[in-house]
Design a protein around this ligand. Sequence first.
Ligand SMILES: Nc1ncnc2c1ncn2[C@@H]1O[C@H](COP(=O)(O)OP(=O)(O)O)[C@@H](O)[C@H]1O
Length: 348
Amino acid sequence: MTNSELAVFKLHARNLEKIYDPFLLRKMEDRARALFTFGIIADIQYADIDDGSNYRRTRRRFYRNSVELLRNAMRDWEERRVSCVLQLGDVIDGHNKSRDASEQALETVVKELEKCSVDVHHVWGNHEFYNFRRETLLASPLNSAAKAEAGSDLLADDIYAYEFSPAPSFRFVLLDAYDMSVIGRDESSERHKQSLKLLQQHNSNPDLNQPPVYGLEQRFVKFNGGFSPEQLQWLDEVLTLADQKQEKVTVFSHLPVHPDSTDPICLAWNYEELLSVLRSHKSVVCFMAGHDHDGGYCTDTTGVHHITLEGVIETRPDSNAFGTVYVYEDRMLLKGSGRTADRVLKYP
Ligand SMILES: Nc1ncnc2c1ncn2[C@@H]1O[C@H](COP(=O)(O)OP(=O)(O)O)[C@@H](O)[C@H]1O
């Protein structure tokens, strides 16, 4: 065989391998067998302004382009025929507020999301509260609680948390990580007073956005928040019912709650209390959050997966940051795009 014949043969063999690779075929069949699929995206932080950077000037932020990356995600989800989409908070950036552009920026992003042929479920992050009051958010398109079949009792207390079943034997729970916070609550409210007291007990800096120096204490900053006892009790009840029905539950929140899945500066204030509720229910299989734009992942001692999704805002225009999750009987498969990695998430 001449060298050129050998090259043609190798090329042909490689192509055959591609077509008949049993692993590839199995993966393709697997995807077809998924019970349902859903899209996830976090920290779009859209603003019609030039590129900038984060506070520490260590990361570039692509404010104007972030809506283009949302469009990429939506095209992909349409092709993959997802059943619903979870938007994990900070949909528009706080910079919009000082430019009096909050409504316009929200309209730009919502107009895109409305093109989605399936329900989009929204979680709220700190940037939602930089732009809007809680009452305004509750009356806005970012309140997706009505898309849940039974509504949420918590809305009566202005807590934005709800749950629904995306498919038989599965449950999604959306949490309000700024239920206890000084940015998400009216200054005259009891919740604000309690939150400020807690924050000041841990953070003595004159600027409460400046973190305390040490370890996990760094989470006590104004741009984080936590979960009230009412919300924790509600979550416990939802999960108790899910345990009884032998459902598999994925919980979504803007703030991560596992120290191994994120920078401590991004953790929810009372992450331990939330982890303790999650750990006491066998129905919980996964926790997904945003906020830490670098992303992160770990498994808890219980085997529950904690995913922190990479932020769109700090993703270069030639890349992407979103995922499609294929859900099976025994595992979920996260198919990541761009900065977001693929992951096999076997149930505990
Ligand atoms: N180390 C810090 N000291 C003081 N303010 C800070 C510090 N880090 C962040 N901030 C402020 O806190 C707010 C949220 O920070 P930012 O990095 O923009 O958060 P996000 O990642 O949610 O966009 C901004 O107003 C920012 O200026």
